[in-house]
Write a protein that binds this ligand. Structure first.
Ligand code: PLP
Ligand code: SF4
Length: 374
């Protein structure tokens, strides 16, 4: 699919700059000139950034282009529905120090920077990302001290914003400080940079992401197969060659990847780029993102359609971040039907088969029998 990317048609535009205003977008032909005023209202509300690499990817002959839909601001973003919330996944409820979220016992998430290389129109942290500054030195010191003081923290997820927009020198200092904490065994960077700004994955950047004492994993955010350009593939390859395992995160998005064919193409493109699909996120209730939302039943049907038809390597886990800060739960389809003893397992073609679970389900005598239901 990468052969068909429009990038090959516009080789000269790579040297452009990132577009950040409605005027920039109109000058580049990404929005019609007569919509500049309308879009300026959106830009004033939520940050915009379209990198040269992304601009090249947009097929302007297609009014429903899935790349444009993710990054070009739209008036629909000003429509906020009652169920939407500024803090959709409840970060604030678990913020233990500025920028440090401790929701699960064995891992914390550090919002190292609050800027990104691009701004996704559906961003779940859109009320904070693109508005503030990076953590100050003293805030970062406080976050590191918290991690050091909590021996149960096995993993630190470095997120943001996008941590890979930070200078390699700053990232190296962070990685070294985290890896020096004896109980921190895993450092995981959440980033979109290898896909949307692959030129940032330089030897210095790669060196900055690892340090002796901890294992570095990279979780890459991508939502459409066309994002996996040759340049993105090469950037991911450089990370993989340096020994970092790569996993992916995808947001289920109306008009971008909400059909099984588009999703299968994306998952295959990721696996081809040495990235193991990890999460497919049900879209969060971020303000002004209603036009991206897909009913969960549709997401479950789509996930089911992938199973068996596409390699097991290409299967992400479909998850919902429960509003209010209760964490992520798998919401994918069920394959087990019936009650204990009459268990039926559904295969990938939808046919049901009895499974004699009662025969193998021998509970210890001491454990009380569950009350019979139904
Ligand atoms: C998403 C998230 C994580 C990571 O969860 P995994 O299931 O390990 O990928 C950790 N902490 C916070 C606060 C999160 O939002
Ligand atoms: S890369 Fe992530 S944090 Fe940045 S705008 Fe997109 S969804 Fe938000």
């Amino acid at each position: 699919m990468t052969d068909m990317s429009p990038s090959s048609r516009r080789p000269g535009s790579r040297n452009g700059r990132t577009l950040r205003t409605a005027g920039d977008l109109a000058d580049a032909g990404a929005i019609p000139r007569d919509r500049v005023d309308a879009i300026a209202d959106v830009v004033g509300r939520y940050a915009v950034a379209v990198t040269p690499a992304l601009l090249e990817l947009i097929d302007r002959s297609d009014p429903d282009d899935p790349i444009a839909r993710q990054f070009i601001p739209d008036r629909d973003e000003l429509a906020v529905t009652p169920e939407e919330r500024a803090d959709p996944i409840g970060d604030n409820a678990h913020e233990v120090a500025p920028g440090l979220i401790h929701r699960y016992p064995d891992r914390v998430l550090l919002k190292f920077v609050s800027v990104c290389a691009v701004y996704c129109r559906f961003c779940f942290r859109r009320e904070t990302v693109g508005h503030g500054e990076a953590l100050s030195q003293s805030e970062l010191a406080a976050a590191l001290a918290y991690v050091g003081d909590h021996a149960g923290i096995w993993e630190v997820i470095v997120s943001g914003g996008d941590p890979l927009v930070a200078a390699p020198r700053r990232l190296q200092a962070l990685t070294a400080a985290l890896a020096a904490i004896p109980h921190v065994k895993v450092i995981r960077f959440h980033t979109r940079v290898p896909v949307v700004a692959p030129e940032r994955i330089t030897p210095d950047m790669i060196d900055a992401l690892t340090a002796p004492g901890a294992t570095t994993w990279i979780a890459v955010h991508a939502n459409h197969a066309r994002e996996l350009t040759p340049a993105a593939g090469a950037a991911l390859g450089r990370l993989a060659d340096a020994g970092m395992p790569l996993v992916s995160q995808t947001v289920l998005l109306r008009g971008v990847n909400d059909d099984a064919g588009a999703m299968a193409d994306l998952m295959r493109a990721l696996v081809e780029a040495r990235v193991k699909p990890y999460y497919l996120h049900h879209p969060d209730l971020a303000p002004g993102t209603g036009h991206f939302r897909v009913p969960m039943a549709e997401g479950r049907a789509l996930t089911k359609a992938l199973r068996g038809r596409v390699s097991g390597l290409c299967q992400p886990t479909y998850v919902l971040d429960v509003p209010g800060g209760h964490g992520k739960v798998p919401v994918g389809p069920d394959y087990i039907h019936g009650k204990n003893g009459t268990c039926q397992v559904e295969d990938f073609q939808g046919r049901r088969h009895p499974y004699p679970e009662a025969a193998v389900d021998r509970r210890p005598e001491s454990q009380p029998r569950r009350q019979k239901r139904g």
